[in-house]
Design a protein around this ligand. Sequence first.
Ligand code: TRP
Ligand code: ZN
Length: 871
Amino acid sequence: MNDMSSAPVASPDHPPVIRRLDYQPPAWLVPTIDLDFALSLDSTRVRSTLTVTRQAAGAPLRLNGDGIAVAGLTVDGHAHNAWAMDGNDLVITLPGDRHTVAIETVINPVANTQLSGLYASGGLLCTQCEAEGFRRITFFPDRPDVLSRYGVRMTGDAAQFPVLLSNGDPVAQGKNPDGTHWAQWNDPWPKPSYLFALVAGTLVASRDRFVTQGGRTVDLAIWVRPGDETRTGHAMRSLIASMAWDEAVYGREYDLDVFNIVAVSDFNAGAMENKGLNIFNTRYILADPETANDGDYDAVEGVVAHEYFHNWSGNRVTCRDWFQLSLKEGFTVLRDQQFSADHGSPPVKRIEDVRILRAAQFPEDSGPLAHPIRPDSYQEISNFYTATVYNKGAEVIRMMTVLAGPERFRQGTDLYFDRHDGQAATCEDFVKSIEDGAGLDLTQFRRWYEQAGTPRVDVALSHAGDTVTLTLKQTVPPTPGQTDKQPMVIPLRTALFDPATGRHAGEHLLVLTQAQQSFAFTGHASRPVLSINRGFSAPVAINNPTPDADLVFLAAHDDDPFARYEAMQQLVVQHLVAAITDQLSDAARDLGRASIGEAMAAILADPALDDLMRGELVILPGEAYLAEQLSPVDPTRVRAEREALKAWLGTTLASQWHALHDRTSAVAYGLDAAARGARKLKTQALVYLAPADPAEAIRRAAAQYRTADNMTDRQGALMVLCGLDGPERDAALADFHDRFADNPLVIDKWFSLQAGSLNPGAIDHTKALAHHADFTLTNPNRVRALYMAFAANTAAFHDPDGEGYRLIADLILALDPINGNVAARFVPPLGRWRKIEPARAALMRAELERIAAVPTLSRDVREQVGKSLNG
Ligand code: TRP
Ligand code: ZN
C-alpha cells in the first residue's frame, strides 16, 4: 500500500499516527473532476466523474470518504463490481492506466453540525473542505498533492437558492421548467480538493472592480445576507488594497476574471481561501462604526488580505502534504502582517503581532502540545492549525527577511514562485528557493523547522577599558519527543546606547549560531545600555536582567519603537515576577513602582509620541505572558499583583488619566491614526482608573457609553463597567443587548465582555449565560464568544475550587459530538496543568481524565487530551 492516506488499523481511543517521513507520492492522479450537484438542504445528490491516471504499477485506486456511502459507481461508463470499502476508504481495482470513474453519493447538509464538508448555515448551503472536508462530500484522493481541473454544475430550487457559486469562472446558467435553475462553473487552475467550494442561497453582492497590472479586469463581489450589504465597504477596500499591494511588493497578479467572497455566520475558523471563492466568517467581513471596533476593522483588513494572498502562497503553490502547512500559512501570515504594517503604523503592528505570539504561541511552545512549525506526526490535522504553524511560522520567514534584506528576500520569493508554480511543494522547497534566490546559506537555519520550543538567550555584558563584550548563551528547552536540542541561528538587531548622550553609534545585526558566543565592541568609554532583539528580530525569550534605571531610559529614549515598548514591558515584568514570587521587600516594591510610574508618566507626557503608539506603551504585559515567566504559577497571584500595580498607577497618575480621558474624549470619530489612537487611550485611561477610583471610573465610563457614536468607545466603556458592580453596569449591559439584539456579531461581544470580565462574579455570570436564550452550542462564534473569553479569564478559569475547569470540561464533552474540531480548541487551557501550582494542577488533570474516560471522543479531542495528559 503506497498511499499515505491508508492509515494503519487503530482503535477509536488510539487514533492512528500519521508521520511526515512516511510520505509516498499518490498512486493515481486525477487530472479532471466534474461534479454535478442536485441541491437540497437535507438531501443533496452528488455525481462525481473523475479521470484517473495510474502512477504506480499494481496499486488499486484508493479514495477517501468520511460518513458517506456509494450510491452508484461506474467505470468507463459501465457497471463495475471490483470495489470494496476499507474502513472509510473506497478501494477500486482498475485494470488499465487511465479510466473514467463515476460515483454517486447523497449527503444531508442540515445534519452536518461539524461544519466540514457541505453544510447549511441559516438556509444557505456552503462548503468547508480544508483540511479533509472534501471526503465528506464525495470519494476522492483527499490529499493536497492531487491537483485536478474542476468543472462544477449545480441545480437547485430557484427561489430557495437564487445564487449559485463555485470556484473559477461562471460559464453557463439556465432555468428548468420545474422551477429549478442551474449554473456551470469551470476553474481553469488545477487545484487540490481542499480548495473546492460551493455556495448556494439567498445572497446579495456588493460589487467593485480591479484592473491588474497586466490589464485584466477582475469583477469583485462580496456576497452577504440581505441587509448586511451596507457593512461590506471596509472589506472591499481591504481587498482592493491587497490586490494592489501583492503586485507592488511581491509581483503577484490575480489570475481569474472574477473574485468572489461569501460571508457566513456558522464557520469553524476565520476564513478560507478557496480558489476564486473565498468563504468568510461574517466577523471578518462585516464592519461599520456602530457595530465594529477598531480591532475588528484591523481584523477584517488582515483576514481579507490573508485569504487573498493565499491565491499565490497556498493556491498557485500549494502544500505537498499537511505537514507542510506552514509553507502556506506561515508565509501568508507574514505577508498579511507586512501588508497591514504598510497600511497603518509599522511599529504598532509589530507590537501587536509580538503580543499575539507571546500570548498564544509561547504557551503552546512550553506546553504538552508543543510542535515544530513543520510537525513530524499528527493524529488529526485540524489540531495543527496552531499559533506555532501560523505565527511562529511567520516569524521564521521574517528572520529570513532580516538575514537577506528586503531586495534579496524578494529575489528568493520570485524564484520560489517561478520554480514551484502549479506544484504541491514542501517547506524544504521554500527554504531552498530563498537560499538560492537570496544567496543565503540556511543549512543551520533549517533547525527552526525541526525543533520546537522557544529558545532562551541569556545575555551578559561586560565593560573594560573602551571595550564592551556581549556574551550570549542560547538554550532551546526540551519539548515532547525532543529532549536534545541543537543551537539555532538567531539574528539579533542590537544597539549600544551611551546613557550620557542618549544615542548609539549604529545598529548591529548579531547572528548567534553557537550555544555560546561573544561579541566585542570598542569605542565605549563608559558602560553602555544594551538594546537587544530590536524590532523583535528573532522569536526568542531574552533573559537580560537590567537595572530599572536603564529600562526607564530605554522606554523614554530608544529610537526603535518596538524596543521602547519592550523596555517598558520588561520593567513591569521584572517587578511583577518579583512581587508574585514574594521576592519584594516593601522598600523594593516602592522603588519598583516608582520606576514604573516615572516611565509611565514620561510616556503620557512625551509630545513626540503619536497616540496609537502611546496606547501600546501604556498597556501592561498580559497575564498569560506573565505566567510564562513563572513555573509553577499561582494564577490568582498574577491577577492580584497586576491589578494592584494598575490600581497604584491609577492613583498615582490620577490627574494624568483624567486629563487624558478628557482630551481624547474631545476627538471626533474617524478612521485616521490620530482618532484611533485617541480611542485606544480613552479606554486605557478608564482601565487604570477602575481599580483606583471605581466611582470616578463608573461615572466616566457611563458617560462614555451614553455618548458613544462608535463601537470602540461603547465596548471599551462597557468592558470597564462590566468589571465593576453597580446599577450603571446592569443598565449598560441591558441597553447593549437591546440595541444590538438583531446583530449576532455584537451579541457575541456581549457574551465575551461578561465572561472575560475582571468582575469577581465572572464565573457565575458565565454559568448563567450558558443558559441564556441567545446561547447555542451549534454556532462556533457564540461558543467561542462565551467560553474562550472565560478560559482566558485567569481568575475565573483558575477558580481555586476547580469550578472553571469543570465548566470547560463540561463544554468539551457537550460540544464534542456536535463539532469536534471546535471542541478540541478548548483542551489546551486545561493542558497547561504542569505549569500551575500543584493543587489546581491536580484539579485540571482530573478534568482531563474525566474527558479521556469517554469512549466516543472525536479524533480531535482524543489527540489533544491524550497529549495533554501524557505529553
Ligand atoms: N486555510 C484557512 C486560513 O488560514 C484556515 C481554515 C479555514 C481552517 N477553515 C478551516 C482550518 C477549518 C481548520 C479548519 O486561511
Ligand atoms: Zn491561511
